[in-house]
Design a protein around this ligand. Structure first.
Ligand SMILES: Cc1ncc(COP(=O)(O)O)c(C=O)c1O
Length: 428
């Protein structure tokens, strides 16, 4: 048990004991648990989280990377406060959903129509279904190390070793139409798909949970060509990369177009969200007035296009639209990746720093990290130890996950990351 952490987080320990009785593992999402117990957050503002014991943390986890403007940015809060007075949930058509859809169409290449969901998981599920409806094919393909949420057909091959089921309760039937592909290896992709009829290939342009590994541009271009030749839709899961890599996400950043693009996180401006979008020709399959059963592809949900989420999302995208904030974050990301590498190398520790734009991730290994297998071969215990040491000293990352930047991070916040990393590297 890390003593410093235990002595600073006594109230969190008590809350964890209480939480364990009513929430499995004492949390609402397994990845939020870490040894010996997670701290419990009391409030958050800007770049900081504050726990129930009054400790302050510079937050590089940012609500699963969702909070590109930091916690409770004033412009978003103001807009939300105004909207709260007009109702929190309509369950009818309303203008805000049109406005946010128009904003997405304006910013995202190849997006002509949009549908909103409540999570990235749902958006991926509906995008995959739409790809099947549109192409008339059943199979889908995803990448080793790719995380698209807990939807059964995509919940495979996330963690190494890739042949062990990710969860109990996933049936063979649910996964029989899913083909697993190696990341950043076009030749092998072509081999594995040679005799297959595939509705869609879904890819995270930067593997998030899989280690912050960017797809190589040539690889994405190759996938695009392969999909064109085989009447297969290319789906970019931009739940992390959307509105972060560039105002138009990975499509703009890497210059490769997807047929369908999936969003989440940043799009909700701090509220729950997901979305999928694409050309009219494909998206119109969701319109039952044009495509009667069985051609119609269903999508829906009670809280879809919730007016609070739409308001927060719109306020957020408006701030990101001209690209200037994103450019600054990308430059800072570059600096962080470079400096973290230098700090560890100067202290004779073998590490690789991955990530792109404002995402960064450390792996304790000599080996170049180009796919998720290399991430799992790296010393993950050491990564958890590094992050726990940072947590003890007021810098928050989830133990084995990547860090992200927000516009609320100050120079002092970044300097603290460097100085605490330096201290860790010196003593280990
Ligand atoms: C790339 C990616 N896709 C999909 C998801 C699932 O989104 P959600 O957790 O909103 O269901 C995540 C969540 O972390 C993600 O990182």
């Amino acid at each position: 048990m890390p003593e410093k952490y235990a002595s600073k987080t006594k109230k969190s320990k008590t809350l964890h004991e209480r939480a364990k009785k009513v929430l499995p593992a004492g949390v609402s999402y397994g990845i939020r648990y870490f040894e010996p117990y997670p701290f419990y957050t009391a409030k958050a503002q800007g770049s900081k989280l504050y726990d129930v014991d009054g400790n302050e943390y510079v937050d590089f986890w940012l609500g699963h990377t969702a909070l590109i403007l930091g916690h409770s940015p004033p412009a978003v809060m103001e807009a939300v406060k105004k909207q709260l007075g007009k109702g929190t949930h309509y369950g009818t058509a309303h203008e805000l959903e049109i406005e946010l859809a128009e904003q997405v169409v304006k910013m995202v290449p190849n997006a002509e129509m949009v549908r909103f969901t409540n999570s990235g998981t749902e958006a991926n599920m509906y995008a995959v279904r739409l790809s099947r409806a549109y192409t008339g094919k059943n199979k889908i393909a995803k990448f080793e190390g790719g995380w698209h949420g807990g939807y059964d057909a995509l919940h495979t091959g996330v963690k190494h070793p890739f042949d062990i089921p990710e969860s109990a309760g996933l049936t063979k039937g649910a996964l029989q139409d899913t083909i697993l592909l190696p990341f950043n290896n076009l030749e092998e992709v072509e081999k594995r798909l040679k005799n297959e009829k595939v509705a869609s290939i879904i890819i995270e342009p930067v593997l998030g949970a899989g280690g912050g590994i960017p797809a190589e541009k040539e690889f994405l271009k190759g996938l695009r060509e392969f999909c064109n030749e085989n009447e297969t839709l290319l789906i970019f899961d931009e739940v992390i990369t959307g509105f972060r890599l560039a105002p138009g996400g990975a499509q703009q950043y890497y210059g490769v177009k997807a047929d369908l693009t999936v969003f989440g996180k940043i799009l909700g401006g701090g509220f729950p969200v997901g979305a999928f979008c694409g050309p009219k020709e494909i998206m119109e399959r969701l319109d039952a007035t044009l495509y009667p059963r069985p051609q119609y592809s269903f999508h829906g949900g009670t809280f879809t296009a919730n007016p609070i989420t739409m308001t927060a999302g719109l306020a957020t995208l408006k701030l990101l639209e001209d690209g200037s904030l994103i450019s600054q974050l990308n430059m800072l990301g570059e600096k962080i990746r470079k400096q973290l590498k230098e700090i560890f190398e100067n202290n004779s520790l073998d590490i690789q720093v991955t990530g792109d734009s404002s995402l960064f991730n450390v792996h304790f290994t000599k080996e170049e990290v180009k796919d998720a297998s290399a991430v799992f071969r790296a010393d993950r215990k050491r990564l958890a130890e590094y992050h726990l040491t940072l947590i003890e000293n007021g810098v928050f990352f989830l133990p084995t996950h990547a860090g992200a930047l927000s516009t609320s991070h100050s120079k002092e916040d970044i300097d603290k990351l460097f100085s605490e990393t330096e201290k860790y590297a010196k003593h280990h």
